[in-house]
Design a protein around this ligand. Structure first.
Ligand code: NAD
Length: 394
């Protein structure tokens, strides 16, 4: 008999919200998870109206405090199975902490918190309570991110010397926040976004892509946080030169003033034997370049177990249970893959079985904290005219 779908609560996601919608689709993608409860807005009346207008029946709460108070009264086996936090950055810490206190697994949007102090507190609580915790770095959920990780770690490219990991957008090239645009307003307010605007918002995605695919950490940074749009109190352009944990170097860069760029996230990894290129706007294709050889581009479904060039490709990469290749996967599939992987750990946690949440298929709370440690070091470096700063480890 198939297991009951996991009951998921969403915090944030009322009318006009952006990322709640892809999460909602991803939760329902496999039929094994469903949105069960919602706390959608800071205003209790709006929150209830929006819950009542949800496209299918859900339990609405006037606030996330009310949601957690209600959960606390229920026996553990009747509670929600995990909570998804899709609020602006300054409303991540409090609901995440309240969920952890109750032993409820959390998938939180990135960046994990608005500062490193809050991130450290969450890490300590998650360790104390031993609860699965995911940070929604969407792009790790692409099959091509997993494949790239396998290629780098197989040694095909040799030792990693240089990585250019970038995320370029153009939507904040003008002072959009002055129009009242909801997403721009809080992202350009340091109290709501955190100490770095562009860096926290999308630089952390570029960082996480680098860390996930190469398995390396950025240990020291020399950073410049630029504010190109006059009157904006927070960076809209972010450039970091970094030292990698294997002695290599990297550039982690992000921008929201590059007109015409939509969600131009990509990575180029240069090793001692070859290089790899990937771009999320063409997310199924990974190009591998070796010295004196033709460029080779691979995509899902086209890789086989004993490819003469790639060597042995692990069966788990080939067996990925998705639609047959040739039917393109993209952003929503990547989100679904994060929820699918997180579901495995949540079910094991509930059954009292071993679970890993080890960062190998989705970003965990330590990865989320590394994002904040990186941003913290970049802000200090920028304040000190680009001087090298260590990225703190927990
Ligand atoms: N992983 C990704 O690719 C990705 C993409 C976009 C946004 N994000 C992250 O997702 C989060 C949300 O971003 P967004 O662009 O969807 O924001 P948004 O402004 O579109 O939506 C935020 C939602 O949170 C609700 N909200 C605010 N305060 C609340 C509270 N106290 N209680 C309940 N609900 C509350 C708002 O009503 C709204 O529904 C941010 O942390 C952002 O960095 C991640």
């Amino acid at each position: 008999m198939s297991p009951q779908p996991l009951k998921v609560a969403m915090i944030g996601g009322g009318a006009g919200a952006f990322i709640a919608n892809p999460h909602q689709k991803a939760i329902h993608f496999d039929g094994t998870r469903k949105v069960h409860a919602v706390a959608l807005h800071p205003d209790p009346e709006v929150a209830m109206n929006e819950a009542n207008n949800w496209p299918y029946p859900v339990k609405g709460y006037a606030s996330y405090d009310e949601l957690f108070e209600d959960q606390a009264k229920l026996p553990e086996n009747e509670r929600i199975d995990y909570v998804v936090i899709v609020t602006p950055n300054f409303v991540h810490f409090d609901p995440a902490m309240k969920a952890l206190e109750l032993g409820i697994p959390v998938m939180c949007e990135k960046p994990l918190t608005v500062n490193l102090e809050e991130a450290d507190l969450l890490v300590a609580k998650a360790r104390e309570k031993k609860v699965p915790f995911a940070v929604a770095h969407t792009y790790l959920g692409h099959w091509s991110s997993w494949f790239s990780r396998h290629i780098v770690q197989s040694g095909l490219l040799g030792d990693v010397r240089w990585v250019d990991s970038y995320y370029l957008q153009g939507w904040l090239a003008d002072k959009l926040e002055d129009s009242g645009q909801m997403q721009a307003e809080w992202r350009t307010d340091p109290k709501k976004a955190g100490g770095s605007g562009c860096g926290g918002d999308i630089g952390t995605h570029a960082l996480m892509q680098l860390r996930f695919v190469t398995g390396l950490d950025v240990e020291e940074v020399s950073a410049r946080l630029d504010k190109f749009v006059p009157g904006r109190p927070i960076d809209d352009h972010f450039t970091t030169y970094g030292k990698l944990s294997n002695g290599g170097k990297c550039l982690v860069r992000a921008s929201q003033i590059c007109i015409g760029h939509k969600n131009d996230l990509g990575i180029m990894i240069a090793g001692t034997k070859g290089a790899l290129k990937w771009s999320q706007e063409d997310p199924e294709k990974v190009t591998i370049l070796l010295q004196d050889q033709p460029d080779r581009t691979y995509w899902r479904g086209q890789v086989c177990a004993n490819d003469g060039f790639l060597g042995d490709v692990p069966q788990w990469l080939l067996d990925e249970p998705t639609i047959p290749s040739g039917h393109g996967e993209a952003f929503h599939d990547a989100y679904a893959r994060l929820h699918r992987e997180f579901e495995k750990d949540v079910r094991a946690y509930q059954a009292g079985e071993p679970w890993s949440c080890d960062g190998s298929t989705y970003a965990n709370i330590d990865d989320g904290r590394m994002g904040l440690a990186f941003i913290d070091a970049c802000i200090k470096s920028d304040d000190d005219d680009g001087a090298w700063q260590p990225v703190s480890k927990s």
